[in-house]
Design a protein around this ligand. Structure first.
Ligand code: ZN
Length: 302
């Protein structure tokens, strides 16, 4: 059994950076690199594990108020590394056997500037603080989901962008906003570009985008959705007790998994972790992670 270093509390982004560096020096087979920098100057990290030909990408922290997505991916990474070192099981499989032939990539926090605003307020935005204050328009910083430009990264991908803009306008969103504004054009944001260029460079067999909350699994986008998407979503649901979400009339557009499916016709998933109101309390992290462990295993082992 692994004793987790990560505690059930809020972490400043700078602490997470140190945490990732600690993991990379403890588990020397990990490759930790900076994939780029936000306009707030914060590095966006990518961690690579394994050297197989099948690639899986895990992403979290798209939305500032969804910080447990970041922590649960780091827990997954840490526990898997420990199981590899000790030649033990991760969930229901031997970790080394499960990882054979696979390479896992983790971008635990896609939107670190938004993560910091929602965690600790506008002063974390530095020279952009005044602008963030204006965009907030007296709303609580705790529910901030966008980046420093007031653009929601998970609405900034080129997947049904025109439909997305129509829905925005219907919701009264016409410009930079704490949440759900997709910007003037897709891929306008550095955070979005980091993901799209990575996916164009590395052939991912599947991608997982962690969000919160709702205990739901989204797997579908348009006619390029592969049949294996539903099959995997059903396995994920059985493993976690989460629900396979059915597409509804107000289907979402412009998200990372939407774009990935549309562009590559391979399975992409949005996993809505936990249940309650965002931001979910850090005290629920371990319980949420326990529900996700077998889902995480399946996501790369099969
Ligand atoms: Zn989200």
């Amino acid at each position: 059994m692994v004793i987790f270093l990560i505690e059930q509390r809020e972490y400043a982004y700078s602490e997470l950076e140190s945490y990732l560096q600690t993991l990379a020096s403890k588990y020397t087979f990990l490759q930790l690199t900076k994939q780029g920098r936000t306009i707030g100057g914060r590095p966006i990290y990518i961690v690579k594990l394994g050297n197989g030909s099948q690639n899986v990408l895990y992403t979290g922290g798209f939305h500032g108020s969804e910080r447990l997505t970041v922590l649960s991916l780091i827990m997954f990474l840490e526990e898997l590394c420990e199981a590899l070192v000790r030649n033990q099981y991760y969930s229901i499989s031997n970790a080394r056997s499960a990882l054979k032939g696979k390479t896992l990539y983790f971008i635990p926090c896609v939107n670190p500037d938004g993560y910091e605003i929602a965690r600790a307020g506008v002063q974390t935005a530095g020279e952009f603080a005044e602008r963030i204050e204006e965009i907030l328009d007296n709303n609580d910083y705790k529910y901030w989901n966008a980046n420093l430009n007031g653009i929601d990264i998970n609405h900034n991908f080129n997947a049904g962008f025109e439909q997305l803009k129509e829905l925005e306008r219907a919701d009264g969103i016409f410009g930079p906003s704490p949440r759900r504004y997709g910007g003037i054009s897709p891929e306008s944001e550095i955070e979005t570009q980091i993901l799209t260029s990575l996916c164009r460079e590395i052939s991912f067999n599947k991608v997982l985008a962690m969000h919160s909350q709702g205990e739901e699994i989204y797997w579908q986008f348009g006619e390029n959705t592969p049949e294996s998407g539903l099959r995997l979503a059903e396995l994920f649901a059985t493993a976690s007790g989460y629900r396979v979400a059915e597409p509804s009339g107000t289907a979402s557009y412009g998200g990372f998994k939407d774009w990935f499916i549309d562009e590559f016709a391979r399975p992409g998933f949005t996993i809505e972790i936990g249940k309650g109101e965002n931001p979910l309390p850090p005290s629920t992290l371990y319980a949420i992670y326990e529900r996700l462990k077998e889902l995480f295993l399946i996501s790369f082992a099969i």
